[in-house]
Design a binder for this molecule. Structure first.
Ligand SMILES: Cc1ncc(COP(=O)(O)O)c(C=O)c1O
Length: 417
């Protein structure tokens, strides 16, 4: 258990809720593809005096005094990010992934410019031009979809749309695409129409640094990422880029969008980047993909219908309706059985966004706990059982107890036992 003794005295209500969440994270199988367990070292860095310090600006050019150590923390994070991703420039100040993406627009586009990204119901992120997001409101957004039969990216469609609309920037990367990205092919399309190629690797950044997903550099000019998904850091964001975009991106983050950076998060990002530069992390990334493949294979054997028929990364998307439940019914049954996932649209989904047809799974958190390919067969078994028991609360509770007992054998990074 984490040391929450001061909280217990000052605010027992919040302390009790955090304790319950800790227990929940210990005793459930967390399959939400955007989540993970940050290490104890990362957690410690986030809970430090760095949260007390204001430091608007950049190292050596701050607006307040007292930056002796904060400058060093941020410079270390920047150097580590550049080395790890082979980037000419890094900005580690974005509060999260969405502000990082917002800064890219501010640096490159004027309101009304054409931009292009993968459509949200096909797996893209809100900030890639979806209609209710600032990116779809302020810019003329053109959204590519997936091939109607294979549900893979259709590069011919992307090229045709790019030639027709000549976007200022083209986004690659997504929130629910189970396959790898061909950055080189996108770069050649971007070059044809004089667009800037941006890769949002929020989901699979850890796989990129681990060498098990194609690298966006040198094909993309700008790379954005969150730091808390497969990269296993604190909640945060980063922008990596070629030198020619450095000044505009830095100015877009500050003073364009944000005020003072969250220095405690910057320190924790630096720690996560150090952890991600080890051989152990390469092995971790390899195991994430192996576990996702094993889970996908086990689900296929049980007759689940997987979008694209499998996975190349940490993520699986399946059609719950092929097993007789909506995405929400399926994820609710799984939740009651101690298996945490989210309902998700599948390509060409006929259902509404709040209760779509699919369920998205990810293997980063279970891999962080040391579960292996054999354990993924058991996880698939429980997923199938929870579907079968969706109208039987007693059976779901019985599965939940088995899951909880199973979880006791796998310590969670960042949660002291
Ligand atoms: C591809 C992608 N980009 C950006 C983001 C935004 O990150 P955040 O929620 O930290 O703003 C997400 C979040 O899930 C994402 O999947």
């Amino acid at each position: 258990m984490s040391d929450l003794s001061a909280l217990e005295t000052t605010d027992p209500d919040i302390e009790a809720l955090i304790r319950k969440e800790e227990q929940r994270q210990l005793h459930s199988i967390r399959l939400i593809a955007s989540e993970n367990y940050a290490s104890s070292a990362v957690m410690q860095a986030t809970g430090t005096v760095l949260t007390n310090k204001y430091s608007e600006g950049y190292a050596g050019k701050r607006y307040y005094e007292g930056q002796d150590y904060v400058d060093q923390v941020e410079s270390l994070a920047i150097e580590r990010a550049k080395t790890l991703f082979g980037a000419e420039h890094a900005n580690v100040q974005p509060y999260s992934g969405s502000p990082a993406n917002q800064a890219v627009y501010l640096a490159l586009c004027k309101p009304g410019d054409s931009i292009m990204g993968m459509s949200l119901p096909f797996g893209g992120h809100l900030t890639h031009g979806w209609k209710v997001n600032f990116s779809g409101i302020q810019y003329k957004s053109v959204q590519y979809e997936l091939h109607p039969e294979t549900h893979l990216i259709d590069l011919d469609q992307v090229r045709e749309m790019a030639l027709e609309h000549r976007p200022r920037l083209i986004w690659t990367g997504a929130s629910a695409y189970p396959r790898t990205w061909d950055f080189e092919a996108f770069a050649s399309i971007a070059a044809e129409v004089d667009a800037v190629l941006v890769a949002d690797i929020a989901h699979f950044a850890g796989l990129v640094v681990g060498g098990v997903h194609p690298h966006p550099f040198p094909h993309a000019s700008i790379v954005t990422t969150t730091t808390h998904k497969t990269l296993r850091g604190p909640r945060g964001g980063m922008i990596l880029s070629k030198e020619e975009f450095a000044r505009d991106l830095d100015r877009a983050i500050f003073p364009g969008l944000q005020g003072g950076p969250h220095n405690h998060t910057t320190a924790a990002i630096a720690v996560a980047l150090k952890e991600a530069s080890t051989e152990d992390f390469k092995d971790y990334a390899r195991r994430i993909v192996a576990n996702a493949r094993a889970l996908a294979d086990a689900l296929l054997e049980k007759g689940f219908s997987l979008v694209t028929g499998g996975t190349d990364n940490h993520l699986i998307l399946f059609d719950a309706t092929a097993k007789g439940l909506s995405g929400k019914q399926g994820s609710s049954a799984m939740h009651l059985a101690g298996l945490e996932a989210n309902s998700n649209a599948i390509p060409f989904d006929p259902r509404k966004p709040f209760d779509p047809s699919g369920i998205r799974l990810g293997s980063a958190s279970v891999t962080s706990r040391g579960m292996n390919e054999e354990h993924m067969r058991q996880v698939a078994e429980w997923i199938e059982q929870s579907f079968q028991a969706h109208e039987d609360p007693a059976r779901l509770e019985a599965i939940r107890q088995q899951v909880s007992e199973f979880c006791s054998g796998f310590p969670c990074p960042g949660i002291p036992t």
